[in-house]
Each structure stands twice: as structure tokens, then as C-alpha cells.
Design a protein around this ligand. Structure first.
Ligand SMILES: *Cc1c(COP(=O)(O)O)cnc(C)c1O
Length: 365
């Protein structure tokens, strides 16, 4: 029998979250499903069925774009970082990819590109994040230059917020973007998940939700996934492979970081940091055993974690363990939000989703 660890992608939850984002933005904009990083670790092919109701797919890697086309998707695909090399433009022409243009070099490549299929481009403004894009001052000149190229069809306007999930908010960046684009034609795309949910009024022609599609609250712990009506799309589950009785004063795991202050039953779970479970999770991190919420005790090791079985006295070898996501129907489908686990490990759900290791088998339901 293979090691009992499993990652499960929930098709219906992906569909639900997409619908929820459309609802939250009052069905106004079109929705890019962001599927970069192999659909946030879910696997593009595994997530596709749940996401095919999107208006387009946005991603970074050209090979991911090829995979989306290979699934039969004929609608829009957007390269969020644009091309990395002049030859990438040939693939854009061949596969009809729309691409971001964020720097002068990318305009030079387009100007030198031979094609009889003009490209749809998204001209990126650096409105304050200081990562990709033209400054507000240089944006118009970039637009004018692009607009004069026979290689370019429609130009859309795009920017990205640094603080849509927090107190600083989007107002300053939005004001910069609007001031510098007010008399330019073209569709706009500004909102990631956090902006789509927290500032639905600014959701323009195209929204770009990633993490919310995958069931995590972009502004956790301000709000939870349940608050936004989002469902878990990825479950990481395993089983107990051993049970130990630990006496008062005994310790558990490497470094003896946990000491039992009463006699405890400890379950040993087939899941460790080599499966992508964060090593920074420690005693107290929530976990479900047979659908019952309990806690990790001691350090995460490479292939195992140890859990307190006090709230689950009937748990035994073979009991179901949910590291995050949904327990099975037999265990009432209890949900452990990935956001809570990420927080316990000092990180965000994005990282957990993307970090599920190669050795973990996947299922789709
Ligand atoms: C990743 C990304 C998004 C999605 O961000 P989320 O926080 O996951 O919603 C949107 N726009 C761009 C340009 C991105 O790179």
C-alpha cells in the first residue's frame, strides 16, 4: 500500500469560488482565473474543469499557456509578465496569447517581431508597487509607441496593488493609475483577489483573482474564507500510522520541544515537511483527526507529524487526518481552513498550496 498521504482538488469548490467572485463584483467585470504556479499548486489540468467558466486564464510560463491550449481552451490567455525573449512572441502569435508589456525592451521586441496577427497587449503601469511596469510619467509615451506598431492590436491598461489586503488599501495607487490613464482608450484591469472582494466598486473590465479562487481569504485574519463565502479547493490528508502513549514529563519529537504535562495519546501522521507541510508549524497548529479538531505537538519532521489525540479518544492507526481542507463525508466534511494552518506556520496559504511536494499523489473530486 502506498503511503497514505493525498492531495485532493475539489472541482465543485473551484466552480463555487469563481461564481462567488462574480457575485461579489456584481457580475460586472470579466474574470481572469489566475493559474500561474501550476494553478497555485493545484495542477492546471486538475483545476481546469472547475475553472473553465472563467473568461480567460492568466499565467506566467509559456509552457503553462501551451498546456491550457492543449486542454482545448480557445478563449483569452494572458501572460502576466509578458515575454521573456523575442522568440516567445512567435508562440504568442501561434497560440493567440495576449501579453503584458511592462518595459521598453518588450516594446523593442514587438517592433522587431514579424507577424500578420496583431497582438492584444496589456500595458502595465508601476503605480507604486515598484516591481513591474512603466512609471506614470513614461506610460503615455509607451502607449503611443505601442499604438503605432502594426504588430499591436488592442491595448489594455493594467496595474497591480501592493496593499489591497490591508489598511493602506488601494486608494493612492488607484488615483495614480486613473490620473495617468484618464484620456486613454482601452479596457482596464486592476483588481487582484483582495481588491475584488474588499473594493468591488473599483473592479473594472477585467478582475484578476488568484488566491480567492482557491478558497483562501486574501485578507486573513481580518476576514476568513467563510466570511467571503469561499470554499476549500485543496485538501491535504493522510492517516495515523502509529499511536503512542506518552507519560507525564515525557517529550515528543526532535529537540524535545513539547513536554506532556498529563498522560497523552499521541498520533503519528504520515505527513512531514518533505510533503510540503510547513516545518514552522509547531505545537498548537490545528489539525483534524477523524474530522475532530486537535493540535500538533512537537516539531514537524521530514515524513511525520505528531498530534494530540485527547479530543479523539477512538482514533487509532488508520484514522483519517486532515492537515488542511475538508474531512471526508464519513467525518462530516469538517473544514480546516488552510489559512489557519498557514498562519500557525508564519506564512500564507499561497505558499502552502504551491509547496505541496512532488511525491504527494493528487486526486480530483
Ligand atoms: C498573482 C497575480 C494576481 C492574483 O493575485 P491574488 O492575490 O492571488 O488574487 C493578480 N495579478 C497579477 C499581476 C498577479 O501576478
Amino acid at each position: 500500500m502506498p503511503r497514505p498521504i493525498l492531495a485532493t482538488v475539489h472541482t465543485q469548490a473551484l466552480r463555487h469560488n469563481l461564481a462567488q467572485i462574480r457575485h461579489a463584483t456584481l457580475d460586472a467585470p470579466r474574470v481572469w482565473a489566475i493559474v500561474k504556479a501550476n494553478a497555485y499548486g493545484h495542477g492546471i489540468e486538475r483545476a481546469f474543469e472547475g475553472l473553465r467558466g472563467a473568461d480567460g486564464f492568466a499565467l506566467l510560463d509559456l509552457n503553462e499557456a501551451e498546456r491550457v491550449r492543449a486542454l482545448g481552451w480557445r478563449g483569452p490567455i494572458l501572460l502576466l509578465e509578458g515575454v521573456f525573449d523575442a522568440r516567445d512572441l512567435e508562440l504568442c502569435s501561434r497560440l493567440g496569447l495576449w501579453h503584458t508589456v511592462h518595459c521598453t525592451e518588450q516594446i523593442d521586441m514587438l517592433a522587431a517581431h514579424k507577424t500578420n496577427v496583431p497582438h492584444r497587449v496589456f500595458l502595465k503601469m508601476n503605480s507604486g508597487m515598484n516591481r513591474l511596469g512603466f512609471t506614470p510619467q513614461s506610460y503615455r509615451a509607451a502607449w503611443t509607441r505601442l499604438n503605432a506598431l502594426p504588430q499591436v492590436d488592442e491595448i489594455s491598461l493594467i496595474t497591480h496593488f501592493s496593499d489591497a489586503d490591508g489598511a493602506k488599501g488601494i486608494a493612492a495607487q488607484l488615483a495614480v493609475f486613473e490620473a495617468a490613464t484618464q484620456d486613454l482608450p482601452g479596457e482596464r484591469s486592476v483588481s487582484n483577489s483582495a481588491a475584488s472582494l474588499r473594493h468591488p466598486d473599483v473592479a473594472t473590465d477585467w478582475v484578476r483573482p488568484g488566491i480567492a479562487v482557491y478558497g483562501s481569504a486574501p485578507d486573513f485574519p481580518d476576514h476568513t474564507a467563510a466570511h467571503w463565502g469561499l470554499q476549500s479547493t485543496l485538501t491535504l490528508s493522510s492517516k495515523l500510522i502509529a499511536v503512542q502513549a506518552v507519560q507525564t514529563g515525557s517529550t515528543v519529537g526532535y529537540g524535545s520541544t513539547f513536554t506532556a504535562d498529563v498522560p497523552l495519546r499521541i498520533g503519528v501522521v504520515a505527513c512531514g515537511y518533505a510533503d510540503g507541510y510547513p516545518r514552522h508549524c509547531d505545537t498548537g497548529t490545528p489539525v483534524l483527526v477523524d474530522g475532530v479538531r486537535t493540535r500538533l505537538v512537537g516539531r514537524v519532521s521530514m515524513d511525520m507529524v505528531t498530534v494530540d489525540l485527547t479530543p479523539v479518544p477512538h482514533a487509532a492507526m488508520g484514522s483519517e487526518v486532515t492537515l488542511w481542507g475538508c474531512a471526508s463525508a464519513a467525518n462530516h466534511g469538517t473544514v480546516l481552513p488552510i489559512d489557519e494552518v498557514a498562519r500557525a506556520g508564519g506564512t500564507v496559504a499561497y505558499e502552502l498550496m504551491c509547496a505541496v511536494a512532488q511525491r504527494v499523489p493528487f486526486a480530483v473530486d
